[in-house]
Design a protein around this ligand. Sequence first.
Ligand code: FAD
Length: 369
Amino acid sequence: MAAPAFVTPHQSDARDHITIAGAGPAGLACAIVLARAGRRVVVHEHQNRVGARFHGDFQGLDNWTGDSNVLDELGSHGIRANFECHPVRGGIAYDAWGATYPYSSSAPIYYLVRRGKDAGTLDSGLLQQALDAGVEVRFGNRYHANDARIVSCGPRGADVIAVGYLFQTEMPDGAWICFNRELAPQGYSYLLIHAGRGTVASCIFTDFKREQHYLQKTVDFFRECVGMKMDSPRKFGGYGNYFLPKTGIRGGSLVLGESAGFQDPLAGFGIRYALRSGILAARSLLEGVDYNSLWRRDLLQLLRTGLANRFFVTLTGDRGWRWILSHRLASEDVCEAMRKLYRPTKLTQALYPIAYLLHRFSKRPSPRE
Ligand SMILES: Cc1cc2nc3c(=O)[nH]c(=O)nc-3n(C[C@H](O)[C@H](O)[C@H](O)COP(=O)(O)OP(=O)(O)OC[C@H]3O[C@@H](n4cnc5c(N)ncnc54)[C@H](O)[C@@H]3O)c2cc1C
């Protein structure tokens, strides 16, 4: 009798259940879609709760990296907005020379969501939908990524970090952003207020060692220009990772979200990319379609243009941001202008090969949290 074939965890997945390592937006979106289609899914989460790397901070779920509204897109795959989710249609931007650029849009530019373990966050909402769909989530379980059918373990390095404060405030709702390398080198500083809660942060793409310096400059700037008032401030921080993978399949595992490098290199936005890749991976398993073809069709162009855009602002600095503000964003409906910014142009196509090589071979610091 022939010896029994070696059963890899992936093969056993197919017979029994599908294992997912990581209960972030990517892993949970994938789990929800699979479970709704009748598959048994077990998610292994390293921490003892969801959203552990976040602290209740506001983040933006972008509404520009697609032609349809992001909530409709999620809804079409059965994912509901059962988390706090507020449309943002405008705000004020500043350049490094102090000029202001009020911007607005008829459609939401992004939806303000909170991240972390608490009720109302994106993370706890997705967890609830996964549990309701019958997904089993095993907390405190660090899974060896290569053993999981689906790998969605978040960033593997630090290309960008954000450091800031969460606070209570009596200020009215609003969104402010400033592009000034003195406050946030190669990145931006932001202030978001909603319903008495605030998040202020410096999002930097270089010079990580001086993060506290940039945070202080950011706080001073918003105090002076906007009259920011912070009650009970709490510090927070985190890091992100973007790269352009050759493949989304490693050792037979489908790799999603930031683990695969799926994040916008220009702004460091990754939530929609994570959710999308989770849905695509589920479709790949359910329909037997190649995962690489699916993510390349939906994400590759965005990643390439994002990398070229990042190279452009790295080369041109504050002047580049000012050009984007005055020529691309402030002049028209911002959501539409942002959509255009992520469509390839002759310039981004010319910049992309150099941007790719430079990013691929640049030495990046290790993450620290
Ligand atoms: C401060 C900050 C602000 C940001 N702001 C925005 C924003 O405004 N808009 C936006 O779109 N994006 C933003 N991002 C990026 C966005 O949060 C991420 O891109 C997104 O959360 C990625 O989702 P994910 O599922 O890939 O990974 P994660 O959210 O990191 O989830 C991965 C999960 O896997 C778990 N895990 C790790 N290793 C293992 C293991 N071996 N076994 C089991 N589990 C494991 C982790 O504990 C974690 O729960 C921000 C990021 C930071 C840090």
